[in-house]
Ligand binder design. Structure first.
Ligand SMILES: NC(=O)c1ccc[n+]([C@@H]2O[C@H](COP(=O)([O-])OP(=O)(O)OC[C@H]3O[C@@H](n4cnc5c(N)ncnc54)[C@H](OP(=O)(O)O)[C@@H]3O)[C@@H](O)[C@H]2O)c1
Length: 249
């Protein structure tokens, strides 16, 4: 299998690269911080190729896709994982920041999927988007991020309908709370604060804990091989979307 993962220098992207390389795939990862993706690739060995690039830039998208096809000899799956957090109260939102988060979280993945279409048609491959539990449970002051993830779910269904006749499947994993860098990169918290905040949500999960990166990677891997599944959003969230609390009567 040849797999391209955007945002592979940390968090779910890096963990998914590790999971898939461990199961025999050839994986290409990209990200803007060359040092981060190079370090993951050197840990994973020659099956993992790191290409520095920004998926909001057309030239970088083309280079990343071509490099992944060369590295893997073909392309079986595109994992549209790269994403950024932008949150804030409505009155404080900044137009350019809104545009930036939509460009990374939504538009870049759409355009990358288009660039990969011929390669994926050749392998009857698949696309996996990363959604979020923010489309299932509403929290105040997260509207920009939640709106991008709502768009991703719409895209998943729409592109599944469009690409199905070419035997390309399109699905979405919607994780609950998982400790990664996403809030820290946005300047919203230190590692300690981010972990404490997520652990503070434990009782909102039916299973009483936040998730692990590997648990999200498993779901992504499932979609890569699920040959009769398309247009689906899979919640991998320990029951967070149920809206229950463990203290409920
Ligand atoms: N963690 C959670 O609880 C959670 C829950 C639901 C959904 N998700 C989703 O899961 C995905 C992965 O996030 P994560 O939690 O693993 O966060 P993360 O550790 O911050 O990883 C995101 C990666 O995306 C890369 N990236 C951002 N903008 C990029 C761009 N323009 N071009 C290329 N790469 C870019 C970042 O690297 P550079 O900055 O070096 O480019 C970073 O390594 C995201 O789509 C996120 O929305 C996460």
């Amino acid at each position: 299998m040849s797999i391209l993962i955007t945002g592979g220098g940390s968090g779910i992207g890096a963990g998914t690269a590790q999971y898939l390389v461990g199961r025999g795939a050839r994986v290409t990862i990209c990200g803007r911080r060359a040092d981060r993706i190079d370090s993951i690739a050197s840990e994973l060995g020659s099956a993992c190729l790191a290409i520095a690039g920004d998926i909001t830039r057309h030239e970088d998208r083309s280079l990343i896709v071509e490099a992944s096809v060369t590295h893997g000899g073909k392309l079986d799956a595109l994992i549209n994982n790269a994403g950024n957090m932008y949150r804030g109260s409505l009155a404080d939102l900044d137009e350019q920041s809104l545009i930036d988060v939509f460009r990374t979280n939504v538009i870049a993945g759409m355009l990358l999927t288009g660039l990969c279409e011929e390669h994926l048609a050749a392998t009857e491959g698949s696309v996996v988007f990363l959604g979020s539990i923010h489309t299932r449970r509403a929290f105040p002051a997260v509207s920009p991020y939640a709106a991008t993830k709502g768009a991703i779910e719409a895209l998943t269904r729409s592109l599944a309908a469009e690409l199905g006749p070419r035997k390309i499947r399109v699905n979405c994993v919607a994780p609950g709370a998982v400790f990664t860098e996403i809030n820290q990169r946005a300047g919203l918290a230190t590692d300690e604060e981010a972990l404490a905040r997520l652990n503070g949500m434990r009782n909102m999960h039916a299973l009483g804990r936040i998730g692990t990166i590997e648990e999200v990677a498993e779901a992504i891997a499932y979609f890569i091989t699920a040959e009769w599944t398309t247009g689906t959003v899979l919640e991998v969230d320990g029951g967070l979307a149920l809206g229950t609390t463990r203290d409920s009567p």
